[in-house]
Design a protein around this ligand. Structure first.
Ligand SMILES: [Zn+2]
Length: 130
């Protein structure tokens, strides 16, 4: 499995999810969260993001890889909400900021996992991941 194979699968999923206006690149860095298979880093004010994949990702089944890519792409349109939240909490204490961010992150992960599961089951696994 090459970086190009993964990039091809990302582009296939971007088409399916109507996210072609985003430029998504694979980063050579590993996720900051040691428990994450992948992590998306959108750039504020741009339709540009990088995705970091953990080494463990490459040992996953094609179905798990596909689901992980969908999960990361579903985070993209949520970026504006996260930015808005960050503006709304900028004048609050660090504790309040952290509490709100943790809560929204947790709820966002539940929704993202739920949608990624449904979408990755509804579409075929991209050929480049097989
Ligand atoms: Zn996530």
């Amino acid at each position: 499995m090459t970086k190009e194979d993964i990039q091809e699968a990302i582009e296939e999923w971007q088409k399916r999810l109507n996210l072609k206006h985003w430029t998504v690149e694979i980063s050579d860095e590993i996720p900051k969260d040691i428990n994450a298979l992948a992590e998306t880093h959108p750039v504020e004010g741009r339709y540009f993001a990088t995705i970091r994949f953990d080494k463990e990702f490459y040992d996953c089944t094609p179905k798990e890889k596909s689901n992980t890519i969908v999960h990361e792409l579903i985070h993209l349109p949520q970026n504006r909400l996260m930015q808005t939240l960050s503006y709304l909490t900028r004048n609050t204490s660090e504790d309040t900021k952290r509490a709100i961010n943790d809560l929204i992150d947790l709820e966002s992960e539940f929704i993202t996992d739920w949608l990624a599961g449904i979408l990755s089951d509804a579409f075929p696994i991209p050929k480049s991941l097989m």
